[in-house]
Write a protein that binds this ligand. Structure first.
Ligand SMILES: O=C(O)Cc1cc(O)ccc1O
Ligand SMILES: [Fe+2]
Length: 456
């Protein structure tokens, strides 16, 4: 048999190559220079090549072994070699980490936003970020924020370090090349990337203007959902999660700026070298990416519409079993085969709150008005469901007409939380807010027919 050795997943983009390791929650090790990773201990008196050892802890030192996350980095200079932090000038007016009356409002209204415009001035990933809604507090280490970004410029000589929480980035348009302390990742729309709390990273936009969504979680990390009766396989496979391999630059960089997001505010610290100076690292606290097209959806094969939790890609747990601080759920291409069933999402009210975004195509519950790059928010117990056109189209067909039908050419997602989001003032005052969103349901007509004997 002609066996080829397994190689690590690799991507090329003309100028750069990206080499990954695979697996969710693994303990990885990677060295960009042979022999740079200490073999037998984390903290040798003198590290190979004269590197500094530095640990990054993503969980408390004493977190249980199953959930403990940390990595060791072996770097040319330690992160500590920077000037004092000062508040960033200009400050960032549209980033929020504390959701109270001064920053945001509470509303049960159904909200829908049209896609953002290309910024009219140069904006990098940091300046292009704006918070839409969220709940809780970065200080209390419990809560989440949902941001969106519209950026048209690569970050230059600067890195962002989010001390507040983990970022789950869902690009909608434009490729992102993200340099992290663990190495480089390339993410295109249809893929997602998780940048855990505390890692320094810099975002380049090789394709120009870029748009997307970001869920930020405070005080916990994403996990794969339990599979329960589904069994040992299905949904997102652990081996499809890709982690970068060590990459470093040894350059002095007078005026390199580290932007620290701390307590929802931005601070800066200057240093004279690139923070991407990690020659080797090992551990299980890592940035990673995942291609949503690899997801293996499960679905009803006889009757009724399954709850959307069946398509959970990642979940950030709360302290209550089965209740998520934030679930990341997708509505990917898949077959609908249910018999005598209303196949689109049902009408409902949910004790959880649902923020949705559309990467491309059309969402199965909204024939009109929910556009790629747009967003919706249906908060706790606020009634929602398919728009009038979707409802009428669905009930006009019988099983014989439709047979198995395929939802294709779309990728929609939902961030679902047990906390009730407060909405930022600028999001409520935005010219992109669709004031007529309720029109999609208001004219749903009554089909009630007292003569119908079926119900007797
Ligand atoms: O509201 C939505 O469109 C999301 C959703 C989809 C679905 O299939 C079932 C419930 C649900 O909240
Ligand atoms: Fe819903």
């Amino acid at each position: 048999m002609d066996e080829k050795p397994m190689t690590s997943p690799m991507e090329e983009d003309g100028k750069k190559s990206f080499r990954y390791m695979s697996g969710f929650g693994n303990h990885f090790h990677s060295e960009a220079k042979k022999g740079s990773l200490p073999r037998d201990q984390n903290n040798p008196l003198v590290c190979p090549y004269g590197l500094y050892a530095e640990q990054i802890s993503g969980t408390s030192f004493t977190t249980t072994r199953t959930h403990n996350q940390r990595s060791w980095m072996y770097r040319i200079k330690p992160s500590a070699a920077h000037e004092p932090f000062i508040p960033r000038v200009p400050s960032h007016e549209h980033l929020i980490g504390e959701f109270d009356n001064s920053t945001s409002k509470t509303t049960p209204s159904r909200l829908r936003w049209m896609p953002a415009d290309v910024p009219d001035s140069p904006k990098d990933f940091i300046d292009g970020l704006y918070t839409v809604c969220g709940a809780g507090s970065v200080f209390l280490r419990h809560g989440f924020a949902i941001h969106m970004y519209a950026a048209n410029k690569s970050m230059m000589n600067s890195a962002l370090c989010n001390a507040d929480g983990d970022f789950l980035i869902v690009p909608q348009k434009g490729k992102l090349v993200i340099t992290t302390e663990c190495g480089m990742l390339q993410i295109i729309p249809g893929e997602i990337v998780v940048l855990p709390q505390g890692f320094r990273f810099s975002v380049e936009l090789p394709d120009g203007p870029s748009f997307g969504y970001v869920a930020e979680i405070f005080g916990t990390h994403f996990q794969l959902p339990e599979l329960g009766p589904i069994g040992a396989n299905g949904l997102a496979a652990a081996r499809d999660f890709l982690v970068p391999t060590a990459w470093f630059e040894d350059i002095s960089h007078p005026g390199y700026v580290v932007v620290q997001k701390f307590g929802g505010q931005l601070f800066t610290a200057n240093q004279n070298f690139s923070p991407f100076n990690v020659v080797a690292w090992h551990g299980n606290y890592v940035p990673y990416k995942y291609d949503l097209n690899k997801f293996s959806p499960y679905n009803t094969v006889r009757i009724d519409h399954g709850d959307p939790s069946i398509n959970t890609v990642l979940t950030a747990p709360s302290d209550k079993a089965g209740v998520a601080l934030l679930d990341f759920v997708i509505f990917p291409p898949r077959w609908h085969v249910a018999e005598h069933t209303f196949r689109p999402p049902y009408y409902h009210r949910n004790c959880m709150s649902e923020f949705m975004g559309l990467i491309h195509g059309e969402y199965e519950a909204k024939a009109d008005g929910f556009l790629p790059g747009g967003a919706t928010l249906h908060s706790c117990m606020t009634p929602h469901g398919p728009d009038t056109k979707t409802y009428e189209t669905a009930i006009s067909k019988c099983d014989e007409d439709i047979g198995p039908s395929k939802i294709s050419g779309t990728m929609t997602f939902m961030f679902e939380s047990c906390l009730i989001p407060r909405v930022c003032k600028w999001a409520l005052n935005s010219s992109h807010l669709d004031k007529n969103y309720y029109h999609c349901w208001i004219n749903l007509r009554s089909y009630f027919n007292c003569e119908d004997t079926k119900n007797e």
